[in-house]
Design a protein around this ligand. Structure first.
Ligand code: PLP
Length: 455
């Protein structure tokens, strides 16, 4: 402990006395900021690494208070190239759609109200028809996210019973979502079959007993097992399930509704194909390849979906009016000829190198020559991932700005971009900083030009 350094810490009231910008902030929030800042300075002092003097510490805390008058969540330019970037909010949506949705639902809306009869309506009805039609399923529902969808399906069909899963499909998605843990938390007993690389139909067959609640099939969407492998196909599992009267549930993860491989996005398993295989239920995310809001979508046999709707967990993980309205908009963006321009996520993913080159050149032409030279900016071809565990092995074609400035490291440059008025999040590869254009939303070019010029 370093007493001299601890003595440099101002008191809460001392900082409060210096603080002038109290108008736009709640006083309790200001006190909260001061205390948590002081706490971190105290930790440094205890370690003996606090280099600052009292006046500077006070000043830093005042700046922190000043900064906190602006909203925490702010608009960011995604220069990582990863369209489905979980850290940056996953699927982006068009501002025009957000405005449209805000107009319809910011006040009151017919969320659970049937206007023709004036009686209580069902919130699931706002998306059930569209989702069923697009996926070819008998029925559909939406919940908070796909993790919740899996939890709900497991609890309803497998509580107190055994859930059979292949050892090769015991996926971890990230953020502590692991299939074995979710099975346990939903009150089911995990019954593992097969091995990491090979699982056969007879493994499933042998595992089915009176205690079996369901067979869970998981799309290993974020990794690939290669070499000496064997999987049981969904249709084989469906046949087995029919024979033994055990429901089969598929956790599909990404949930692509269209094949856009001709536009350069490799084909993932389509929801409608999984439905067609005859499984009882399919679950997938709203904010991955669908390009919608965070949501968990459950489609499949009507009798099973109806059972899930009555489970108390469905109430705990239900969607609010905003999410359902955004989801409806996203589902409506899928026309006969594929996704429309309204689906921003898929338009970003399918943007060609040619169009990205054009946008990149426009940005370069609006930058002062001096900036281009001092920052050593070049536009070159790049390859990016889709993100969020979607299409793990595939790369999408893109274009990126490479920065080779003199006298400043890549990490310093990256930090400067993040600290700008409109923060830009790029990436560092081999000690070099890049801003990829794949996930830069059309319309952000001016802000990006401004951000580069400001460095
Ligand atoms: C992404 C994913 C999940 C989790 O979905 P969220 O919508 O993020 O909750 C579950 N299972 C699989 C296979 C996934 O890919």
């Amino acid at each position: 402990m370093n007493q001299n350094q601890l003595k440099e810490l101002p008191s809460v009231s001392e900082v409060l006395l210096e603080c002038k910008s109290t108008k736009s902030l709640n006083n309790r929030y200001i006190a909260y900021i001061i205390k948590s800042e002081l706490e971190s300075y105290r930790r440094s002092a205890k370690k003996g690494i606090l280099k600052l003097k009292r006046a500077q510490i006070t000043q830093n805390i005042l700046w922190e208070i000043e900064r906190s008058t602006a909203p925490n969540m702010q608009s960011v330019i995604n220069g990582t190239g990863i369209v489905l970037h979980t850290g940056l909010g996953r699927a982006p949506m068009k501002e025009t759609i957000a405005k449209r949705v805000a107009k319809r639902v910011s006040g009151y809306t017919n969320l659970e109200f049937d206007l023709p009869t004036g009686t209580r309506g069902k919130r699931q009805d706002h998306v059930n028809g569209l989702l069923s039609a697009l996926t070819g399923a008998q029925s559909a529902m939406a919940v908070n996210n796909n993790a919740a969808a899996v939890l709900l399906a497991l609890n309803e069909l497998g509580e107190g019973k055994e859930v059979i899963v292949s050892r090769g499909q015991q996926v971890e998605i990230g953020g502590s979502f692991r299939i074995p843990d979710v099975i346990k938390k939903s009150g089911c007993i995990l019954k593992e079959v097969g091995s990491t690389n090979r699982t056969h139909l007879k493994d499933y067959e042998k595992a089915i007993t009176k205690k079996t609640g369901m067979i869970l099939w998981v799309h290993t969407s974020n990794y690939v097992v290669r070499g000496f492998t064997h999987d049981v196909s969904l249709s084989e599992l469906v046949l087995l399930g029919k024979k033994k009267r055990v429901p089969v549930v598929a956790d599909l993860g990404s949930g692509a509704l269209v094949d856009i491989s001709e536009k350069g996005v490799p084909k993932d398993m389509l929801v409608q194909d999984v439905v067609k295989s005859g499984v009882g239920l399919v679950t997938f995310s709203g904010d991955k390849l669908l390009g919608g809001p965070q949501a968990g979508l459950i489609v499949g046999k009507k009798a099973l979906v109806n059972k899930l709707k009555k489970n108390p967990i469905a109430r705990a993980v239900r969607c609010d009016k905003w999410r359902l309205a955004f989801l409806e908009e996203s589902l409506r963006s899928f026309g006969d000829d594929g996704p429309s321009k309204d689906n921003l996520t898929l338009s970003l993913m399918t943007a060609s190198r040619k169009s990205l080159t054009k946008r990149g050149k426009t940005i370069l032409s609006h930058l002062p020559k001096k900036t281009v030279v001092t920052l050593g900016i070049t536009l070159l071809e790049s390859e990016v991932e889709a993100g969020s565990g979607s299409l793990p092995e595939e790369n999408l074609e893109s274009m990126a700005f490479r920065f080779k400035p003199k006298g400043i490291s890549a990490s310093k440059l990256a930090a400067q971009f993040r600290a700008g008025e409109t923060p830009v999040v790029g990436y560092i590869h081999g000690h070099t900083f890049y801003i990829d254009l794949k996930a830069v939303i059309p319309g952000q070019e001016k802000d990006l030009t401004g951000a580069i010029s400001a460095i």
